[in-house]
Design a protein around this ligand. Structure first.
Ligand code: BGC
Ligand code: NOJ
Length: 492
């Protein structure tokens, strides 16, 4: 209940009105609000629809995005501007989550303006296509996406070179043209988004035709984009035992075994595995083993290791924080569910749950003298192992942790997730669990789900209203059916 409540609160406020952030000045983050939607869409799909259209209306014609917009005027924030190159891709991921949840294909043909300018209306499908194109128009020397001002990690400022103490890294103009520094995180995100675009295009081709889908390319086109980017990641974004984080503005590696500090970062491990890179040939397995080996602590998984000990002008704000805090090697809770999802995708239910327990507020209530934060709400960070206050949480409430943890727990560990074709039930629960029951409202139908463990492993056998069903997706029931009973045997 509290997780869902926190998801609702972050969806409503984004980071715009916060005691911990920057008062009311900051507005709604484009990437933040899109991610908040990932945990919210099943609660109030109509509000999620409205939010998606609001976000898309602030998009720029070149596919880029204002980093933030003001909730009252719904306009992009000029002071911060755009150029955070991960931003547009989050719109694709959020729109996909909405489509899978609702099956409401009409949203793709909604006319939506660019930059709130009347007369620029294009169907939402075209906005999604331009989000993809934005990345393609900004590839660096290794064929990986240029990072721009920053990617998910707002504090990895590879083109900023700020020498003025106190200057805001977020609003400072970048130096140079930014044509060298590349992000492996965005590369993974692009692979994931391209696969989702392919899924949408495939549905459109396969009988859910909607006029707007003509603004999409065929599925094969997006699959090819995914393959090309994956090839670039494999060639230039794999460091030997984990995914590299980035190339800096001089083409130097960030997040590599070659570095003296900041050798391994959590974000590309989570994102590349979620994108499905290396699931088959052991890369994903190895990347997550490196995360567990180098980044996991008893209080959660830290963002990077070793922490930066002094300011580095070519890396930016991240190196301005003391070791173990914020983006400089704290347990930045938002990223931990990415590892949970990755572990679940690899079938490691035990590791997924274990990773969750370390940051779960109610589990941490037992050590509240260390945790020092509300025992029912996620915090943005927990001090990492390099900090004197290791284990102490900070900045509770408005954090993407809420939505991502909700998704990781319900969709990946419990395995109940929306797909275009129906509700999927594919749990990755620990071997010791005998099962669980859940009820899930999906497209107006209540699914009563009863999961029983029949043996080791994660193979599922579904019985839907008494009939065996192949695979792990419960087919959509005929119109008029209000309830469906799903019995699931795991490990048979
Ligand atoms: C957030 C940080 C973010 C920073 C950017 C802060 O308010 O909490 O996580 O990276 O703003 O300067
Ligand atoms: C908080 C910001 O709101 C979010 O957009 C960003 O991804 C994280 N900090 C990490 O820097």
């Amino acid at each position: 209940i509290w997780n869902a409540y926190q998801v609702m609160v972050t969806f409503n406020l984004s980071r715009s009105a916060s005691f911990f952030e920057s008062g009311v000045g900051r507005g709604m983050g484009f990437r933040d609000s899109n991610q908040d939607l990932l945990g919210f869409v099943q609660m109030a799909p109509a509000r999620a629809r409205e939010r998606l259209l609001d976000l898309a209306a602030t998009q720029l014609e070149n596919g880029g995005a204002y980093h933030q917009y003001q909730p009252l005027t719904k306009r992009g924030n000029d002071a911060v501007g755009s150029g955070f190159n991960d931003d547009p891709l989050w719109l694709v991921l959020a729109a996909t989550a909405y489509l899978k949840e609702t099956g409401d294909w009409s949203i793709l043909s909604e006319p939506v303006v660019y930059e709130n300018r009347p007369g620029t209306e294009q169907p939402l499908a075209e906005h999604l296509q331009r989000s993809m194109q934005y990345t393609l128009d900004r590839l660096g020397p290794h064929g990986l996406p240029l990072i721009g001002r920053a990617d998910w990690n707002d504090c990895l400022n590879l083109n900023c070179f700020s020498e003025t103490p106190g200057e805001s890294f977020q609003t400072t103009e970048n130096r140079g043209e930014g044509k060298i520094a590349e992000s492996v995180f965005i590369a993974g995100q692009f692979v994931l988004a391209a696969k989702e675009m392919a899924g949408i295009a495939e549905q459109a081709a396969g009988g859910k035709p909607h006029p707007a889908t003509s603004d999409l390319q065929p599925a094969a086109y997006y699959m090819q984009l995914a393959q090309q980017m994956e090839a670039a990641v494999r060639a230039h974004g794999w460091d030997g035992a984990w995914f590299l984080r980035a190339y800096d503005a001089f083409g130097g590696k960030v997040g590599s075994a070659e570095c003296d500090e900041g050798r391994i970062f959590i974000e590309p491990q989570g994102m590349c595995v979620m994108a499905g890179i290396g699931l088959e040939d052991g890369l994903a397995e190895q990347a997550l083993a490196s995360v567990q080996g180098h980044l996991a602590t008893e209080h959660g998984v830290v963002l990077l290791q070793p922490a930066y000990t002094h300011y580095r002008v070519h890396l930016g704000e991240i190196t301005s924080y003391p070791p173990g805090y914020k983006e400089n090697a704290s347990i930045f809770c938002h990223t931990n569910p990415w590892i949970m999802i990755g572990e679940a995708m690899l079938g490691h239910g035990e590791e997924a749950l274990n990773t969750y327990h370390r940051i779960c507020p109610s589990v941490r209530a037992a050590i509240s003298d260390v945790h020092r934060c509300e025992p029912y709400v996620y915090a943005q960070t927990i001090a990492g192992k390099d900090a004197p206050t290791h284990g102490e949480a900070k900045n509770s409430w408005l954090t993407g942790t809420a939505a991502w943890n909700y998704a990781a727990i319900t969709q990946w560990i419990l395995g109940i997730r929306a797909s275009h074709d129906g509700l999927r039930v594919a749990p990755a629960i620990p071997a010791s669990w005998s099962g669980f029951t859940a009820s899930r409202l999906f497209r107006g139908v209540t699914y009563h789900i009863d999961v029983r463990r029949a043996g080791p492993g994660n193979r599922v056998a579904l019985t839907v209203d008494g009939q065996p069903v192949a695979g792990d997706v419960v087919p959509l029931p005929r119109a008029g059916v209000g309830e469906v009973r799903v019995a699931v045997e795991v490990g048979r």
